[in-house]
Design a protein around this ligand. Structure first.
Ligand SMILES: NC(=O)c1ccc[n+]([C@@H]2O[C@H](COP(=O)([O-])OP(=O)(O)OC[C@H]3O[C@@H](n4cnc5c(N)ncnc54)[C@H](O)[C@@H]3O)[C@@H](O)[C@H]2O)c1
Length: 303
């Protein structure tokens, strides 16, 4: 066992399988006491039934670590609060909250139903809010802590996952808001956009040139939770990790500005805009053909 997180208490949502499980195991192996949350649902968020959070707790304790299970639904305020309250009642504090839980309901936008939109946004975006909300109140009192949200490269846009992409974009803005709002209390907030072989990525057409394992993602999360990252002042960042690759995403900012004379009219914009501020080409748009061909070939990462 390492000691990168010795003395810290970390809560991980969606920690029953996939990336969340790898993160929970790695945190415990580095000395953290871990709250393992998972609602135990199918990939589309239905049929909660399993005891997978408890199974991961058993794995951690068998390896000599310390953990407690919470099998709640983090898309509810009560569920998010219970994750944080369990850290406090069992371990007396909370140093890290890592929101990994997620589901997928794929559909083209023009066919997407409310039942496909709402649960996806509720699990990812609200499910990050419920835990961040409860955790940040504790961390503000403690004058320290680390919040980590899970986003995706798909925040750039996705052909058949408008619900998922919208939620993942929202998580980045939520993380940046937390970084700003909690800075003076010594709380950092960052986002991770992983690419890893799990049941979730297995069902998605192969749009991914680079992919790794859940165990490749966990060290980045451990590092971001550690004093080493906190001393560097790392906050408000989005990192991608895909196997051996690690990358930082740009901060959103205005790319080009131009000023007109007098009030804009549609006609004046039609004459002025294309040749001045113009467009910022969309990288995903350039990959549409490649992605359609991969989907037609039924390319899937092997989970
Ligand atoms: N695997 C990838 O390549 C990839 C790429 C980009 C982003 N992500 C993101 O990483 C995260 C983990 O994905 P994964 O691939 O490990 O998926 P996964 O399906 O293997 O695991 C997700 C876990 O979240 C749990 N969960 C779902 N809804 C929940 C709820 N309401 N409350 C508590 N737990 C809930 C599930 O039971 C499951 O165990 C997700 O947020 C996903 O969007 C993954």
């Amino acid at each position: 066992m390492g000691n990168f997180l010795a003395g810290k208490v970390v809560a991980v949502t969606g920690a029953g399988r996939g990336i969340g499980r790898a993160v929970a195991l790695a945190c415990a192996a580095e000395g953290a006491e871990v709250v393992v949350n998972d609602y135990g649902v199918s990939v589309d968020g239905a049929e909660p039934h399993s005891e997978i959070a408890e199974t991961v707790v058993k794995e951690i304790t068998a390896a000599g670590g310390e953990a407690v299970a919470v099998a709640d639904d983090i898309s509810t305020m009560d569920g998010g609060q219970r994750v944080v309250d369990t850290a406090l009642s069992r371990y007396g504090r909370l140093d890290g909250a890592v929101c990994v839980a997620g589901i997928l309901r794929e559909r083209m936008l023009f066919n997407m139903s409310e039942e496909e939109w709402d649960p996806v946004v509720a699990t990812h975006l609200k499910g990050t809010f419920t835990v961040f909300r409860a955790a940040s109140a504790v961390m503000r009192r403690q004058r320290g802590g680390t919040l980590i949200g899970f986003t995706s490269g798909n925040h750039q846009g996705s052909v058949s996952q408008a619900n998922y992409a919208a939620a993942k974009g929202g998580i980045i803005s939520l993380v940046r808001s937390a970084a700003l709002g909690l800075h003076k209390y010594g709380v950092t907030a960052n986002a991770v956009a992983p690419v890893a072989r799990t049941r979730m990525s297995a069902g998605v057409p192969m749009e991914l040139a680079e992919i790794g394992e859940p165990e490749d993602v966990a060290p980045l999360v451990v590092y971001l939770l550690s004093e080493r990252a906190r001393q560097e002042g790392i906050t408000g960042q989005v990192y991608t990790v895909a196997g051996p690759k690690i990358a930082v995403w740009a901060q959103p900012r205005e790319l080009r500005a131009a000023y007109g004379e007098g009030p804009w009219t549609p006609e004046r914009l039609a004459d002025f805009l294309p040749g001045t501020v113009g467009q910022d080409p969309m990288p995903m748009l350039a990959r549409l053909t490649e992605m359609a061909e991969a989907a037609a070939r039924q390319d899937r990462p092997n989970a």
